[in-house]
Design a protein around this ligand. Sequence first.
Ligand code: GCO
Ligand code: MN
Ligand code: MN
Length: 388
Amino acid sequence: MPDYSPTPVQKFTFGLWTVGNRGADPFGSATREHKTPAELVYLLGEVGAYGVNFHDNDLIPIDATPAEAEAIKKDFRKALSDTGLVVPMATTNLFSDPIFKDGAFTSNDPKVRAYALQKTMKAMDLGVEFGAKIYVFWGGREGTETDSSKSAVGAIQRSREAMNFLCEYALDQKYDLKFALEAKPNEPRGDIYNPTTGHMLAFIATLDHPEMVGVNPEVAHEHMAGINFMHGVAQAWEAGKLFHIDLNDQYPGRYDQDLRFGSRDVKAAFYLVKFLEDVEYEGSRHFDAHAYRTEDFCGVKDFARGCMRTYMILREKAAQFNADPEVQSILAEINAADPAMTPFFGKYSPEKAAALKAQPFDRAAISQRGLKYERLDQLTIDILTGTR
Ligand code: GCO
Ligand code: MN
Ligand code: MN
């Protein structure tokens, strides 16, 4: 039997909120008991994870006293050292407390915006204290139900001002920290600003310190928008902006499901894993998902092991795809260079433009060529289903 156990190379991480998810939904209360952050670290150690990430309030409840906070941190630190888990990423909860009911950085209320900045600076301090090098921003409440309430341009400007302020704060503190912005089209707001990874990439280019800021694309969020996730990830990577990634799964057109990685669209998951492996992505592979509500903590471990196992299986399938002679021969054929066309590409020159305008093309002959994509796709299916 092949060994699909996780290794530290993949940097598989989980959030405290993922394995700690208690199964509550809008129609029903929790089905699993509360576990402390330290208990969750031991659980993650048992299943073979590399790291654990947290929101400020996953670790320290929002109303904890300083003494309570110290005790929690002590237990958490001990669990990290007992298990060898690291904390590569941290983030701020800017969505649970009622103060954020109309957003945080984009709220119309200056007190809310100021509190959001204060809370984030303190959460950054906490993340850095545990070694986080990536700081995620997910603007879950940064949106509207009614567009009569806010200026859409103003919201982007407020977001920019907040990011610029917080970049300066990180620099001022000499933190070794990069920011990763996570887009989501909706839920919990009717509509969320900067709804896709593409929007985020455009937004980042307008910041004062774009070099400090990248993206944290999430499978489910782009699938909710009906978008090809791997394409967005590839664009972010090509721009040098793939700082982090949230892996899970999701049926399009449904509520936010946070399904186990690869459990819904295994083919999309395959292309994603193949991409990350082919480009030798070096960041964390973070699973932002949770076990079905039907599960107890044995099921939570099944869920966590399953996320990593599916990744490892697909990684092996990607290697098989890359080594398959028939696949490679089709890829070589469809990507073959045409020396007669080479002079027309590359940097523009007036001579090149004139030569290209004079060049005849046999449209009918070119169009008649079959591209063998049916065969290629079936080979992919055969590899994925283990029949090849
Ligand atoms: C969601 C988001 C969050 C964020 C998390 C980290 O749909 O709820 O994916 O889980 O990833 O808040 O910032
Ligand atoms: Mn999500
Ligand atoms: Mn996420």
